[in-house]
Structures are given as C-alpha cells and as structure tokens.
Ligand binder design. Structure first.
Ligand SMILES: Nc1ncnc2c1ncn2[C@@H]1O[C@H](COP(=O)(O)OP(=O)(O)OP(=O)(O)O)[C@@H](O)[C@H]1O
Length: 284
C-alpha cells in the first residue's frame, strides 16, 4: 500500500503529517528500483503518450499529492470527466466538456496570476514561498487537445492555447503549476515553443519516434531515447526528462479507482478548511 493510500485509509482525524506541494512528489521507481521524486513547485509538467499509456494514472498521482497538500488548491479540466472526476469534491473548480467554462477558468487564473505579481512587486519579492499568504494552485488538464483542437471553434481553441501558454510561461513564480496530458503528442497540440516551457516532460509509450521527440525534445530518439520502444503492455512506463537533463526510464506508481476515492474523500475535508481560509478574491 502506498504512503498516500495508507494516509487516506485511516481515520481522517488520525492521519499523520499532511503533504506539501513544496515537497517533491513521489511518482514511481527507476530502472534500479529507486524512488523517483519530482519537485513540482515553480515548474510545470507535460505528459504525452498513446491511448492507454498511463497518462491519466500519472495525472491522478500528482493530483492526489496536491489534494493532500493544504498549501495547494486544485483546478481540474477533464473533457471526459471520469479521468479526474473523483477529485471534483476537493477541487476549487472542475471543468468538464465545456470550452466556455475552460476559457473562463483560465481567464480567472490569469487574473489571479497578475494580482499576485502586482503584490510581489509591491513587497519587493520575486516569488511565493512556503507558508506564504498565497496557496499554490495546481491546474491539471486531462487531454489538452480536447480544448485546444476539438471542442469549440478555431477562435476559442486559439484563445485556450494562448491563455494556457501564458499560464505555463508566467505562472510558476506565483505558484501556479500546470500539469497537462495529451494522447496526441503532435506539433499542433504541443508546439516546440510550448513544450520547452514545461520543465518536466513524461513520455509514456508513443506510436512513433517523432511523437516521443515532441514530448521529450527534438533529437532524443536519434540518441536512443524513444518512448516508442516501451512495450504496449507496460502501462505506466515512460521516459521522464527534466529541463536540461537526460531522459530516465520510470515506472509510475499506480492508484486504483478505490485508492483515489478514499484519498479524495479525505482530501475533501482538508480542502474544506483550505477553501474557508482562502480569500474570496483569490478564488480561481
Ligand atoms: N503505473 C501503472 N502501473 C500499472 N498499470 C497501469 C499504470 N498506469 C496505467 N496502468 C494501466 O493502464 C490503464 C490505462 O491507463 P490510463 O487510463 O492512465 O491511460 P491513458 O494514457 O490516460 O489513456 P487515455 O489516453 O485513453 O485516457 C489503466 O487502467 C491501468 O490498468
């Protein structure tokens, strides 16, 4: 049983120390069985791979950590609704297959981001810190392509992409973390200029070397790092690369639906207190 599950399976009043979004997230093990931890604060993550590669499972793992972190609020977007749906009860915002709701949410996050920068400028600081008056915000998107290429029309899709790019580019210092997954790792969904803004990139099995390169960065397949070589039956395996680093083969940890349900039920209590404490004007 994972640490997260162990926490959630116990009485909510008797759980151990809560998590923090400032702590690295445990996401699985490497080839040598060593734990792989990913610091997400002040960073973003792109997750790509073919259908069934394990993208939603990784996204759920990240959302679970954030949900159990009283210093983090959740904004979730899921065109299918069921991939992240269990976390709706502990999220500030849950966006389903509604492009207008998605756009309104991104605009509000942009306002929150701008307000936070105005505050930081006024007090002579560059970024938020642990125990700050601001809570971090995790924006988790399951299937960017639904909002940027499928739902709505060209105008709304372009607006979605522009707003998302702005949050990915500017949100980090003020604690806005974007983790976005797509089963369509193609240059129209993740253009290089957007991909390069994601400090962390995870490529689950990809159907071609070029789609693996679109997630990891150009040239990695030619150097022998292609998520196309991952077995289709090895779901949850993928190549993880950090900004300026080299890819590492990782097998992600896995939370079953029951695990997620139990953790979400506990996290809902945590987030209730968090919502009460949050200022009204900061609500995304
Ligand atoms: N880390 C893992 N360990 C073991 N099994 C896993 C892992 N990750 C995913 N799986 C298995 O693979 C299945 C598909 O995973 P998941 O739904 O995350 O894929 P996906 O890439 O999000 O697919 P889609 O693009 O169709 O939504 C899961 O139902 C689970 O059975």
């Amino acid at each position: 049983m994972s640490t997260l599950t162990a926490c959630a399976a116990t009485d909510p009043d008797r759980v151990g120390p809560v998590l923090s979004i400032f702590d690295p997230l445990f996401i699985g093990i490497d080839e040598f069985g060593q734990p792989v931890q990913v610091p997400l604060i002040f960073r973003n993550m792109a997750i790509g791979g073919e259908p069934g590669a394990g993208k939603s499972a990784l996204l759920n793992l990240i959302v679970a950590h954030a949900a159990l972190s009283p210093d983090c609020r959740l904004c979730l977007m899921d065109g299918k609704q069921v991939e992240l749906g269990q976390w709706a009860q502990c999220a500030d915002v849950f966006v389903g297959p509604d492009i207008n709701h998605a756009l309104a949410t991104l605009r509000k996050l942009q306002t929150v981001m701008d307000n936070r920068y105005t505050y930081l400028l006024a007090v002579g600081r560059r970024k938020i810190s642990r125990n700050d008056r601001f809570l971090a915000i995790l924006l988790a998107i399951d299937e960017i392509a639904y909002y940027s290429a499928t739902a709505g029309d060209r105008k709304t899709q372009e607006l979605f992409s522009a707003l998302l790019r702005d949050l990915v580019a500017r949100g980090r210092a003020v604690g806005i973390i974007v983790v976005a997954a797509t089963q369509r790792p193609s240059s129209d969904i993740i253009p290089t200029s957007l991909r390069d803004l994601f400090a962390w990139r995870f490529a689950g099995r990809c159907t071609t070397d070029s789609s693996s390169d679109i997630v990891l960065g150009h040239g990695w397949a030619a150097k022998g790092w292609s998520a196309n070589t991952i077995s289709p039956t090895n779901q949850g395996s993928g190549l993880l690369i950090a900004e300026g680093g080299v890819p590492h083969l990782v097998k992600t940890a896995y939370l079953t639906d029951d695990d997620c349900a139990r953790i979400a039920a506990h996290a809902a209590n945590v987030s209730q207190a968090r919502r009460t404490a949050a200022t009204a004007e900061e609500k995304p």
